[in-house]
Design a protein around this ligand. Structure first.
Ligand SMILES: C[S@@+](CC[C@H](N)C(=O)[O-])C[C@H]1O[C@@H](n2cnc3c(N)ncnc32)[C@H](O)[C@@H]1O
Length: 267
């Protein structure tokens, strides 16, 4: 496992929800409106985490069934607590080796997850294998290269100013293909026919600096993984820099935006 992948630390469901789950939950309904899948379909979701997209599928898309997998036992436990619905089957599992029969699902989706799978072509090949002919693939990833994830970008900008080695862990550097062209190439290389790629956006408003900073010290995700491994004095310098430099609204809140790229393709 690479050093930067070691910082991804997908374990504690509560910490993940505070850091990223809350924003994924905002994108998920937009993504489903755009995907426009009729009711009664059989879905599979890879990298379901704590169930942000799973919950939206169940409430908005009226599926016949949903298999939702993630390698993290901690996230699957949290997803089961977050989402109680007889149609969903949360399982510990890996996108690179999906335990579902060939041609058994109508829709395969992934939210903010595909870029974290070590072998993405293998994951897409597995999603294709479990899809029925002409089945729908849909996923979204943050627009890291285009600066579309403003609160993470601000974190890495400050971290790199204090510690040039932080640049190694920055998702912009790790995931340069998270652009419309890069995602189109990735999807087409896996033998899918891309239907559309669209921007999905949400405001990310933090009520004060503590609301912005706290998730970074909980350790769930790449930037929090980096932050919690800093020595206490280095972490305090980073906190002070961000507190000093982040622009505030009149009420003390920090108002940013996040943009994901949604990809829709046919098997
Ligand atoms: C940023 S989280 C996204 C979680 C959730 N889908 C959401 O939108 O909030 C990335 C997820 O990818 C999962 N992941 C990492 N490697 C994976 C793999 N090989 N197969 C499936 N999921 C993986 C992590 O465990 C984590 O839950």
């Amino acid at each position: 496992m690479s050093q930067n992948a070691r910082l991804d630390t997908w374990q504690a469901g509560d910490s993940y929800d505070a850091f990223m789950g809350r924003w994924s939950r905002r994108i998920a309904p937009q993504f489903l409106d755009w995907l426009a899948i009729p009711a009664g379909r059989e879905w599979i979701e890879i990298g379901c985490g704590t169930g942000a997209l799973s919950a939206a599928i169940l409430s908005k898309a009226d599926p016949k069934s949903l298999i939702a997998i993630d390698p993290s036992q901690g996230f699957i436990d949290k997803a089961r607590a977050n989402v109680t619905d007889a149609r969903v089957d949360f399982r510990v599992g890996d996108a690179q080796e999906i335990s579902a029969p060939n041609a058994s699902r109508d829709v395969a989706v992934a939210a903010l997850a595909l870029n974290f799978v070590p072998d993405r072509p293998k994951a897409l090949a597995e999603m294709k294998r479990v899809l029925r002919p002409n089945g729908m693939l849909g996923f979204y990833v943050w627009d890291y290269p285009g600066g579309g994830q403003e609160f993470i970008r601000a974190f890495w900008r400050a971290a790199t100013a204090l510690d040039s080695s932080a640049q190694e862990f920055n998702e912009t550097k790790r995931f340069p293909y998270c652009t419309p062209d890069g995602l189109r190439d990735l999807t087409q290389s896996a033998d899918f026919s891309v239907v559309e790629i669209a921007a999905l956006e949400t405001p990310t408003v933090f009520k004060d600096f503590a609301d912005y900073w706290h998730p970074f010290i909980l350790g769930a995700g790449p930037a929090p993984g980096y932050c919690t491994k800093l020595a206490p004095d280095a972490r305090e310098r980073l906190r002070e820099k961000l507190e000093r430099e982040l622009p505030r609204e009149a009420d003390g809140s920090i108002s940013m935006r996040a943009r994901a790229w949604g990809v829709k393709a046919r098997a």
